[in-house]
Design a protein around this ligand. Structure first.
Ligand code: NGQ
Ligand code: ZN
Length: 447
């Protein structure tokens, strides 16, 4: 049994002082408020609940910064995707394990304690399944195990290169399944996750471009009650292609044809009409927002003010992992709205904006990843402490600490996953070994 004592903590019911968190078998057994530290308690200053990262493509961390060079024509999401596919074609299961471990260690260092891995790099580069058809899933699991991050594994079904069942392109061969093959992959992925504590396995139709309506309906039934994630309405061209195919916009089509509810996470959801925004909010689904990647790829700005006003739920994801930073995702989410609407404090629901964003994204992210969240008895002890000595935190307390963390770049001190300290002094405990292996992998892949 471990007892952590925090001078201040962000609890579900509000900020509290002198908080004793007792952890047994990785789970919070009790939370005492206004309790002095006992002799054997490990003492820390400020605790936040761990942040779920609801959308990651871990392998893309290996190409971070390599698509920031202008090509011969106008650059766009679609030209970025070609660069990404070239990199993706080189990554073996061992390479994936090394890159994902680096990405996951980095996530933990910024306060992410669970990752939703939206995983579509299933087969060998020529499209042939590996002998163990879940070998790439196993690599993801190995990285989660090595770093300690909680995993919601989201095997992706990706069968078409465009709306209306268009064939896949040559560079997409690694992603391909039919429904039977995908069912077997899902079995393999579940087996690979079986020994990983708190692991969740969901299912992810990649996008309306990549699945037919019949396939989507079948996928909905493959993981009853588990999270279901899909990319949607990220790019204007995707909206136009969807209208040409069906007469409807992507969000409109999905809400009309699928039973979208609280088990769904709709990733990006950037381009919506006012009516779609309202309907999505009412559905109970989580909007999976990835502000850093959406900015990097030139996607557009999510209508967050209207979505929140309609009662919508959201969480954040690091998606392409071009930059991994939980607080920065929230900062950019708020700043996109400020720049567009020329206002301030738009997503804070009338109170402290950084505090509301951290709480909102913890709750929505956990729902999207099929997990519980928050520093409360019965939940996994997934806790982040802040570096009280960082200048950004001087003379701040309570919600003002969260604001300083989100907007003024304070720093993380420690991170616990299931009560085990995986980050100490801002560094992952296995960073050196993980970074060495990552460097060797990248030098070889990019040679
Ligand atoms: C992905 N990324 O799955 O990594 C996609 C691009 C695709 C984003 N949508 C791949 N941001 O669309 O095929
Ligand atoms: Zn994505």
């Amino acid at each position: 049994m471990t007892v952590l004592h925090f001078a201040e903590a962000m609890l579900p019911e509000g900020w509290a002082r002198d908080v004793r968190v007792t952890v047994a078998d990785g789970v919070i057994a009790s939370v005492e408020i206004g309790a002095a530290a006992h002799g054997g308690d490990e003492r820390h200053a400020v605790a936040l609940p761990g942040m779920p990262n609801l959308h990651s493509h871990a392998f893309q961390r290996g190409m971070a910064g390599l698509a920031e060079v202008a090509g011969p024509g106008d650059d766009s999401f679609w030209t970025w995707r070609e660069v990404m596919y070239l990199f993706a074609a080189r990554v073996s299961p061992d390479d994936l394990a090394a890159i994902a471990a680096m990405a996951y260690a980095g996530m933990l260092e910024t306060g992410f304690t669970r990752v939703g891995e939206f995983h579509y790099l299933h087969h060998a580069p020529d499209g042939a399944p590996y002998a163990d058809r879940a070998a790439m899933s196993a690599a993801i699991v190995a990285a989660a195990e090595e770093t300690g991050i909680a995993l919601t594994h989201l095997p992706v079904f990706y069968a078409h290169g465009g709306f209306g069942g268009a064939p896949l392109g040559e560079r997409q061969a690694r992603f391909r399944h039919d429904l039977d093959g995908f069912a077997r992959l899902l079995e393999g992925a579940r087996a690979a996750c079986a020994t990983l504590p708190d692991a969740v396995v969901g299912v992810a139709p990649h996008s309306l471009r990549a699945v037919t309506p019949e396939e989507l309906a079948a996928l909905e039934l493959m993981a009853p009650g588990a999270p279901i994630h899909i990319h949607i309405a990220e790019q204007v061209r995707e909206v136009e292609d969807c209208r040409a195919w069906s007469g409807a916009r992507p969000m409109e089509w999905l809400l009309d044809h699928a039973a979208v509810d609280a088990r769904w996470c709709l990733v990006h959801a950037t381009h919506m009409t006012a009516d779609e925004t309202e309907r999505l909010a009412r559905s109970g689904a989580v909007a999976g927002l990835c502000p850093i990647t959406e900015a990097n790829l030139g996607d557009g700005i999510f209508p967050a003010v209207d979505f929140l006003a309609a009662g919508g739920r959201y969480g954040v994801g690091s998606d392409s992992n071009v930059l991994i930073d939980a607080a920065e995702e929230l900062r950019l989410l708020e700043y996109g709205q400020r720049l567009e609407r020329r206002g301030r404090n738009l997503l804070g629901r009338g109170g402290s904006t950084g505090d509301a964003l951290w709480r909102g994204a913890v709750a929505g992210g956990a729902r999207a990843l099929g997990a519980a969240s928050g520093i409360a008895a019965g939940n996994a002890a997934d806790i982040v402490s802040l570096d009280r000595d960082h200048p950004a935190f001087v003379a701040r307390e309570g919600a003002a600490l969260a604001d300083a963390f989100v907007f003024a770049r304070g720093a993380v001190d420690c991170v616990w996953r299931r009560g085990a300290k995986v980050v100490s002094g801002g560094r992952h405990v296995a960073r050196d070994a993980i970074a060495r292996r990552y460097a060797a992998t990248l030098r070889r892949l990019l040679a």
